[in-house]
Structure formats: structure tokens, C-alpha cells
Design a protein around this ligand. Structure first.
Ligand code: SF4
Ligand code: SF4
Ligand code: SF4
Length: 141
């Protein structure tokens, strides 16, 4: 089971524009549909839908976070991070960059959020990190 669109959908297509893998189809003003074989369960559509008409894989209606700058964002703990780059590979919107740190004998590259506006708050970076060096923070400002 993946994310699904309910009968409340008015076909505004906002979800189509945010989906990073083009998993949503539909004509304007008609109920849209999520293609389960393509959906990666990132939940971005549920956070953005103005009509609260998307359900998560558990069947619960997704909570809209109206102001996109308040979507959860990763915070990296550089004491724990070992520069493995798994978070970079896990990110569906390619918004994590690597920053070289030449302060140590070996050059290790650390992740940074390079374009927070493209982050969809999916938390895949946190979930995939093998050393729990990523936390999701929900900005309040
Ligand atoms: S954003 Fe919501 S209302 Fe608009 S097309 Fe998508 S599911 Fe339907
Ligand atoms: S959960 Fe993510 S991948 Fe699936 S349809 Fe929504 S935006 Fe697209
Ligand atoms: S939460 Fe992490 S994986 Fe998801 S889009 Fe933002 S930086 Fe990328």
C-alpha cells in the first residue's frame, strides 16, 4: 500500500508538481491518481495538498503543512557523521551536497543541505543514515 488520493480531490495538480518521481497522474479538475509502482512514499504530496485529500500507506489522511518553509529539514550531527554519503544517495531531490573538510589528515566530505527549498521533508536521509547522524527539525519561524 502506498499513498492514495481520496474523493475530496478537486484536481488542482499541486501534488503533481511536488512529486519528485512523477508518480501522480490526472487531468485538471479531475480526481488525480498515484501510481503505486512509481510512488516512493516520500509524503510530499500529502504535506502540500490544499484539500487534505491524500492518505498515507496506513490509510490516515495526511496533515497539510501550509507553509513550505516549515516542512521538516535534516540537521546533521558532524560528531557522528562518518562521511559515507548514504544520505546523499537516499535523497530523492538531490538537495544534499558534500562539503570538504580539510582540517583532518584525511579529507572527509560532510553532508550539507545545499538547497533547503527543494527539500521535501521525506526524512529518507535520516532513515538511511547508518550512524544516526541525521535528525529532522521542523522549523517554526
Ligand atoms: S493537491 Fe490534492 S486536490 Fe490537488 S490534485 Fe493533488 S490530491 Fe487532488
Ligand atoms: S508520496 Fe511522494 S512519490 Fe508518492 S505520489 Fe506522493 S509525492 Fe509522489
Ligand atoms: S528530508 Fe533529506 S532525503 Fe528528504 S528531501 Fe530533504 S534532504 Fe533529501
Amino acid at each position: 500500500m502506498t499513498y492514495t488520493i481520496t474523493h475530496e480531490c478537486v484536481g488542482c495538480s499541486v501534488c503533481m508538481r511536488v512529486c519528485p518521481v512523477d508518480a501522480i497522474t490526472g487531468k485538471p479538475k479531475e480526481r488525480h491518481r498515484i501510481v503505486p509502482e512509481i510512488c516512493i512514499d516520500c509524503g510530499a504530496c500529502g504535506r502540500i495538498c490544499p484539500y487534505i485529500s491524500i492518505k498515507n500507506p496506513e490509510g490516515r489522511v495526511c496533515e497539510r503543512i501550509r507553509i513550505r518553509s516549515r516542512w521538516p529539514k535534516p540537521v546533521f550531527d558532524y560528531q557522528r557523521c562518518m562521511g559515507c554519503t548514504i544520505c546523499v544517495e537516499a535523497c530523492p531531490t538531490a538537495c544534499i551536497d558534500l562539503k570538504a573538510d580539510r582540517g583532518t589528515r584525511e579529507t572527509i566530505r560532510y553532508p550539507v543541505l545545499k538547497n533547503g527549498r527543494n527539500c521535501i521533508g521525506c526524512a529518507f536521509c535520516m532513515l538511511e543514515c547508518p550512524v544516526d547522524a541525521v535528525e529532522m527539525d521542523q522549523p517554526t519561524g
